[in-house]
Design a protein around this ligand. Structure first.
Ligand code: NCD
Length: 310
């Protein structure tokens, strides 16, 4: 039996060691092969109840957690806040206590408030996975990003990776800014001043000039402008943003010749990324990120429930 995961929950990359991350990636490798087979049915989570509670919209993350749980044999139920008593004013805490009373074996939660997953984890008798908390963390996205990079280059150590766009509002950036340096990558952020984080983490180079920031990098990770998290309207026009910070084919030519293009989705084509770059099979790994997301989530569900299954 492989090692148990030494944490009760997966709330963020913060608190994980490089060994913890590599353990998840190694476990996910086996599910990648499994997911390419014809029959995708394992029974290790048989009899376990998985609740997905997504208080914010999601396509990739929610659906891949659902598919991941089902492929492992769990009974997966999706809690829909919009059709629930949340609409009648029930608080997050009461909602969590209510879900906990139904005795789930694992809870996957996405919520618009920073720290929501951690708060809920304190109330639950089962492991909790943070599927995105406000501008906090999105650990499974960073894990699938790391797996995508590792599979393409055979390593992460020593690679130059530029995370570009709306860094300030991005939990994806926050998690990647923790995981990638821990795995030995040289990480840069590229953004206009108003989308830079208030504090640039130690060891991270910050660039306002996109062309300068992506020069010679091995991977370009693009991010969506998160208008829903902004108090003031930015940018003046999306066309202006595209001119300064959109990833075009011409710009990509400044990166390393075999550089890959990543995006967690959802993409705004013609804003932060051009369609021909996003669709270029030689450079874009965007759909591979989606594919590997299922494998990473299977690994996380398996590792976090291992103790209660033994
Ligand atoms: C991201 C998220 O929700 O944080 N999407 C995702 O999970 N793949 C990024 C975004 O919304 O822009």
């Amino acid at each position: 039996m492989p090692a148990l995961f030494p944490h009760p929950h997966l709330l963020g990359i913060e608190g994980l060691s490089a060994a913890d991350i590599l353990n998840i990636l190694d476990e996910a490798e086996q599910w990648t092969a499994f997911n390419r087979g014809a029959r995708k049915a394992d029974d290790r989570l048989h009899g376990l109840t998985q609740i997905n509670a997504f208080f914010e919209n999601s396509t990739r993350t929610l659906f891949s957690f659902e598919i991941a749980g089902k492929r492992l044999g769990a009974q997966v139920s999706n809690f829909h806040p919009a059709a629930s008593s949340v609409r009648k004013g029930e608080s997050l805490i009461d909602t969590a206590l209510t879900l906990n009373a139904m005795r789930p074996d694992i809870l996957v939660i996405r919520h618009e408030a920073n720290g929501a997953a951690g708060e809920v984890a304190g109330l639950m008798d089962c492991p909790v996975i943070n599927a995105g908390d406000g501008q906090g963390e999105h650990p499974t996205q960073a894990l699938l990003d790391a797996l995508t990079i590792r599979r393409r280059f055979g390593r992460i150590e020593g690679l130059k990776i530029a995370i570009c766009g709306d860094i300030e509002h991005s939990r994806v950036a926050n998690s990647n800014l923790r995981s990638l340096p821990l795995l030995g990558a040289e990480v840069r952020i590229v953004a206009p001043l108003c989308l830079m984080p208030a504090v640039v983490p130690e060891g991270i180079a910050a660039f306002q000039d996109f062309d300068e920031g992506i020069a010679g990098v091995d991977a370009v990770m693009m991010l969506r402008i998160q208008k829903e998290r902004m108090e003031e309207d930015f940018p003046d026009t999306l066309q202006d943003y595209h001119t300064e910070y959109g990833l075009t084919r011409a710009r990509l030519a400044r990166a390393a010749p075999d550089a890959i293009v990543m995006h967690p989705g959802p993409m705004n084509r013609g804003v932060e990324i051009d369609g021909d770059v996003a669709d270029d099979p030689a450079r874009s790994v965007i759909l591979e990120q989606v594919e590997l997301g299922v494998a990473v989530r299977m690994a996380c569900l398996d590792l976090l429930t291992r103790e209660r299954r033994t």
